[in-house]
Structure formats: C-alpha cells, structure tokens
Design a binder for this molecule. Structure first.
Ligand code: LMR
Length: 393
C-alpha cells in the first residue's frame, strides 16, 4: 500500500539537528533550530522548572486524564499572562495545547469549521512550518508584504497597504513578538496602525506568540495582543511555553479565542473540546503542571522572571557581539540589522549558496534562508564565526 509514496526531504529546520550532530568538526557552530543556549552551549532546565518539578514529584497523586481543555489553573494563569486583564473575560476561552504547533493546529481546526472559505494571510516570509502546518490542515495561505530582504527593514507601508486590501472576514496571522524568521517587530505605533486597518476592514487577527518575554519583557511583548483584544470582536491567540519556560520537549502552550459575546464563546469552547478529542483526545500534563506551579507561587514566578531576563539579555548581547566581530572581519558590509532584531532570530542576509558553503567548509549551520539563531553564538566562537562568514561573502 505504500508503494506510491515518495520519500520526503528532512524538515528545513529540524533536519539541521541531525546534520549538525553528525558533523565531527570541533569548531562547528549550530545557529539552526530555535532553542536557547547558554554561553557554554547548553540548554539546561530552568531552576524554577526544576523546583516546580520537585514539588510535583512530592505532591502529585494521580496521572489520570486531564479534560480536553487541560489544566484549569494553567489556563487561567496563561490567560492572565497573555491578556493581563485587557479583555472582557466573559468573551474569552483559553485551553491548554501541546506546544505552539499543537495550538496552531487546534486553531486551524476551529477556522476550518467556522469559515466556508479559509484564507489565512501570513507575513512574507513567515515561520517555515506555518505553511505546511496550517496549509496542511486545509487552510488556504496567502502572503502579505512584511520584510525587505535588501534593506533589512519591515515594509510597513506595503504591509498596511496589503492588509487594507484583504477581504473583510479573512484571517491575518501576526507574530506577536520576535518575528520568526526576521526578528523584526513593528513598533507600538506601527502595531496601532496595523490594528486600525484590521479593525476597520473587519479582519480576524490570529496572533502567534511563541516568544513572549524574549524581545523586551513579558508585558511589552504582549502589546499587540492586549491592544487588539480591546478593539476587535474576534481574535485567536496561540502561545508556547517552549522558549520562555524552556519546556520544549514537554509540549505546552495555549490557544485562546476571543468571541463577540459570552454565548459565542461557549459555543467555541465546545467546538475546541471536540477538536481536541478528535485530534489527540487530551493534552499531555507535565509541562502545564510545571507552569501552573510556577505561576501560582510568588517566589517561583520571581525566579522565572529572573531566568527569562537572563536569557533575553544573553540574546541581545550576542547580537552586538556578532555585529562588532563582523565589522572587524568584514569591513564594508552592513550587518547592523542584527542588533535591530528581537528574540532568537534574524537573517544574516547571505545567499543560499553562501549558507551551504558555511556548512560545508566551516561547519556553521543555519537555515537555508540565512536565518540564524543568535543563541548559538558565544564569546568563544564569535571570532571563528565572523571569520567564516567573511570568508564566504
Ligand atoms: C524554530 O523556528 O526554529 C523553532 O520554532 C523550532 C521549530 O519547531 O521550528
């Protein structure tokens, strides 16, 4: 029965994990998949997570199923973290989801049920997995202008113009902060202008927020979610705890839906329960239990804020470090967009052939688009990295 199937190439991002692992060169550098790393190149479990896990080991008395919506304490705490009281709670439902990707898939299921035609507008470019994940679920994706690959700036006018032409009722996917892959986010004024167009045209915002806390701070990074929640009747927000809690493999996130009124919210909640039941039945518990434990405890929350700040500051510092090193090793080339970007990613701005040379000749791994994860940069490898980049320019 499988004779007709063709082999598929490895995933453009996850495939790099195996390639990097198989490379025996000492000096190799991994700027591929979006995972935080310390200066020592490791991705340790956060201390607040370890402490919460210990409490769970000591107190958890059952592994019986959660309901389809997951852990209510987690959902309430995550809703507060995302929306912070900006919304009308009667109109909002938040459920636990298996990571940001699981959240996107549940939201896609809801859109497929709610809309006759399902155009979802995504930034050009967007996260490499948005297209297969949302498109593969059956949504019809269309691009809107976002990033100027020559100037390394957001194409704000072109974006506003494109949004202004989208048919009323269509869905617009926005990256809440730390745009993946470019790292360039609209300013608050630009977000306000974007929200104006969305509101005026009656578009449905769908905010993917996988990096809350990695750009400027937990509240600042939620600006567009909270701003839109005060203005629009309907919106969807996907969150992930992979990065900000470092719970990548535990698969934990949320999907929130803001509905026009409480009755519609209840209908949406029942639909979400059914979508979950028919996709994976109930969510995994552990990661959400850990987050709930942290967010319910003042001391653990303070500890988490500290660890999140450390991660954010390291990313910011590594951007400057690489930009400075490139100024020295590749004079005449402008990489200043590295320091204008937020979060884990930005484009280096080199060709795919140069990306391949970096991999083959220097053991430097990044996505083919030249997206780099700045968490892979360390004071120990930055010189070699800048020399390697300069050599392929
Ligand atoms: C990334 O963009 O590298 C991360 O979000 C990990 C992934 O699943 O692609």
């Amino acid at each position: 029965m499988f004779e007709g199937l063709k082999p598929l190439p490895p995933d453009a991002i996850l495939g790099l994990i195996a390639e990097y692992k198989a490379d025996s060169r000492q000096e190799k550098i991994d700027l591929g998949v979006g995972v935080f790393r310390t200066e020592a190149g490791t991705t340790p479990v956060l201390d607040c997570v370890k402490a919460a896990e210990q409490r769970l080991v000591d107190t958890q008395d059952s592994k019986a199923y959660l309901g389809t919506a997951g852990n209510p304490a987690f959902n309430a705490a995550m809703q507060a973290l995302t929306f912070a009281g900006s919304e009308d709670k009667d109109r909002l439902v938040t459920i636990q989801a298996p990571g940001g990707s699981g959240s996107l898939r549940v939201a896609a299921g809801l859109l497929l049920r709610a809309l006759e035609k399902t155009p979802v507008w995504v930034s050009e470019p967007t996260w490499a997995n948005h297209v297969p994940l949302l498109g593969g679920a059956g949504l019809a994706l269309q691009p809107y202008a976002y990033y100027d690959t020559a100037k390394h700036v957001i194409r704000t006018e072109a974006m506003l113009d494109a949004l202004g032409k989208i048919p009323s009722g269509d869905v617009v996917l926005l990256h809440g902060c730390c745009h993946n892959p470019s790292g360039l986010d609209p300013s608050e004024d630009e977000w306000r202008a974007i929200a104006d167009v969305i509101d005026e045209r009656g578009l449905v915002p769908f905010v993917d927020m996988a990096y809350q806390g990695f750009a400027t701070g937990l509240d600042e990074d939620a600006f567009i979610v909270r701003h839109l929640a005060e203005r629009v009747p309907t919106m969807i927000v996907s969150t992930s705890c992979s990065k900000n809690f470092g719970l990548y493999r535990d698969r934990v996130g949320t999907v929130s839906v803001l509905a026009p009124d409480a009755a519609t919210r209840d209908i949406v909640a029942s639909q979400l329960a059914n979508i979950v039941r028919t996709l994976y039945s109930v969510p995994p518990d552990h990661g959400a239990a850990v987050v709930a434990e942290i967010l319910a405890d003042k001391a653990l929350t303070t500890q988490w804020h500290g660890e999140l700040t450390e991660m954010r500051e390291r990313l910011i510092a590594m951007r400057t470090l690489l930009n400075d090193a490139l100024q020295a090793k590749a004079p005449g080339h402008d990489f200043s967009h590295l320091v204008r970007a937020n979060g884990m990613f930005c484009f280096l701005g080199i060709s795919e052939a140069q990306v391949n040379r970096l991999k083959k000749d220097y053991g430097v791994y990044m996505v083919g688009s030249s997206r780099i994860n700045v968490a892979g940069i360390t004071p120990a490898n930055v010189e070699y990295l800048a020399e390697s980049i300069a050599a392929v320019l």
